[in-house]
Design a binder for this molecule. Sequence first.
Ligand SMILES: *Cc1c(COP(=O)(O)O)cnc(C)c1O
Length: 374
Amino acid sequence: MTKSPLSAIPAIDLSRQYASIKQELDAAIQSVLDGGIYASGQAVAAFEREFARYCGVNQCVAVNSGTSALHLAMIAAGVKPGDEVITVPFTFVATAWAISYVGAKPVFVDIDPRTFTMDAEKLSRAIGSKTRAVIPVHLYGQMAQMDSIRDVCADNELALIEDAAQAHGAEYRGRRAGAWGKIGCFSFYPTKNLGAFGEAGALTTNDPAIAERLRHLRDHAQTQKYRHEELGYNYRMDELQGCILKVKLRHLEDWNNARIEKAITYKAKLRNTSVSLPFAAPEVRHVWHQFVVRCSARDRLQRHLSSAGIGTSLHYPVPIHLQPAYRHLGYRRGAFPVSEQVAAECLSLPMFPELREDEIERVCHAIASAETNP
Ligand SMILES: *Cc1c(COP(=O)(O)O)cnc(C)c1O
């Protein structure tokens, strides 16, 4: 009898999640198709109410991507051309794009070497007379050090905007992502902890006036139909994504808890290997959007896992200050040593709620064997 070859383990498999709630989703999608209203309808409005409640805020404004959410947040925070906005260089590039879209300048501060989120102590030193806002990023599902960041923003009258694109349901001292800043920005890109079947995003706030402004801006800035007092955008979420997200939101807590379980298993099984394990600060509920280990021979380990049929990814291999698109900012290699080192050493292991125990076992075994057999 020949042994059947082991199947590949993907970095992420979205089809397993669809299969697990197919009937519920298909029925919801069908009802939108049958209803004949495909934009600006009840499904998006209902999702907004439920996501606001989930995050513990008064208001949610749904949009068509996380990038659009960040862009509108910059406008609503009053960021103008020539202003400066502080964020981290170790994030997805969209955090910086939003700052640039309004003609402001991204100013970076390095990350904390343990949590990979904004180093709150370095934040104060980066503030200048042109600083208007700060965007901490809740990277990989772990919230930034929000109590100290919030205090620094309050003391310096800076708008605090959360990039919560990777942190649906994450908590800091018991309060959820999106409920700490003036505005929270979420992405529902398919691979996120809460993912649409296409592009989608949202903003959260406790300020009804800000929410009204955001609703206005996302819909061509119409004061009344076909009357536009300022530059507007078409950043609306469509009804199909709204109904899909509304169904999926009911499962988000189970999925986040499953990710937390996978992270515990990974940590236990990788304890005696030479990769360094991710750190969750005691104040946080980490929701493990990614499970990222560090390894000085990262590229070799990635090739080894790939040859064992194990998919991995890099979040993110090039920090933003070293991206060609931001050459004009004049940052050099060495400017943010922690971000640069983590970018060179990070490796995202397979992580999604439907990942099986036997698959985690195989990933950990492959990592251990990489060391004994380089
Ligand atoms: C995904 C992501 C975004 C952008 O969201 P999109 O929906 O893809 O536009 C922004 N910031 C971070 C940290 C992200 O992970």
